[in-house]
Design a protein around this ligand. Structure first.
Ligand SMILES: [Zn+2]
Length: 239
């Protein structure tokens, strides 16, 4: 079987003759990897593969590859300071405390923590824009619009374990302007003592490895409740 150096390397291209020597299954594989149709006569497949090679079409991920990639990225969000946290959706089934019971235990996350967390995630234009908009809204006193009860559901607290330095907050958030739609599931991992935000995740398209409006809603609510003494008041009103 001839060896095709361009099979997985979109930067080089093959001679037309090389593609003709290729078998139909290999041609289909070459085309599939570039997201092109794989049906047709062999000469059509050869022509298409050759054209793709000339155009240096880049490889596209299959649905399975994309899902494996997402799984890997999700696993990375659970790695905090070299420790793998339990998955709040799968591993932590019980012991979630409702908002009324647990607000007094909320970590002291303030806007400076949010700012630092945003900066850490400013890896692309979209994230940088979200960061800018969020801080502008905050300065203009519009933070509440992110976590109004219309969008943000009750926040549940999980201590992970008594020894864990981290806790989880999880909630559901409706996509803004589309209140009738299925809400997104959000979690945030935070250092219990310092309030430092360690990781976050949301089931919306933007919520993996990035900060989205829904994660921002939880964080801004934390800042709000600390800033206006709501957490402290809940603490002192406890028996
Ligand atoms: Zn989201």
């Amino acid at each position: 079987m001839p060896y095709f150096r361009s099979m997985d390397n979109p930067d080089t291209h093959e001679l037309y003759d090389n593609f003709q020597r290729y078998g139909v299954p290999q041609l289909r594989e070459f085309l599939r990897k570039r997201g092109l149709p794989v049906s047709g006569r062999k000469d059509e497949l050869v022509a298409l593969a050759y054209a793709a090679s000339l155009m240096k079409l880049s490889l596209v991920a299959t649905a399975a590859e994309k899902s494996a990639d997402r799984e890997q990225q999700y696993a990375a969000t659970l790695m905090v300071d070299g420790e793998r946290l339990p998955d709040p959706f799968i591993d932590l089934k019980s012991c979630w405390e409702d908002e009324n019971t647990s607000i007094s235990k909320w970590p002291p996350t303030m806007i400076t923590d949010v700012q630092l967390y945003l900066q850490r995630h400013e890896t692309d234009v979209e994230s940088a824009n979200l960061s800018k908009r969020l801080l502008k809204d905050y300065k203009e006193g519009k933070a509440f619009s992110y976590f109004s009860s219309q969008f943000l559901f009750e926040i549940f607290y999980h201590p992970i374990s008594t020894n864990s330095p981290y806790c989880f907050l999880k909630t559901k958030c409706t996509p803004s302007q589309r209140i009738s739609h299925e809400p997104h599931n959000v979690w945030v991992a935070i250092n219990k003592e310092s309030g430092e935000i360690k990781s976050s995740y949301c089931t919306c398209v933007a919520g993996l490895g990035r900060i989205c409006n829904h994660v921002a809603a939880v964080l801004l609510k934390l800042d709000f409740c600390w800033k206006y003494g709501i957490v402290v008041k809940s603490k002192t009103s406890l028996p």
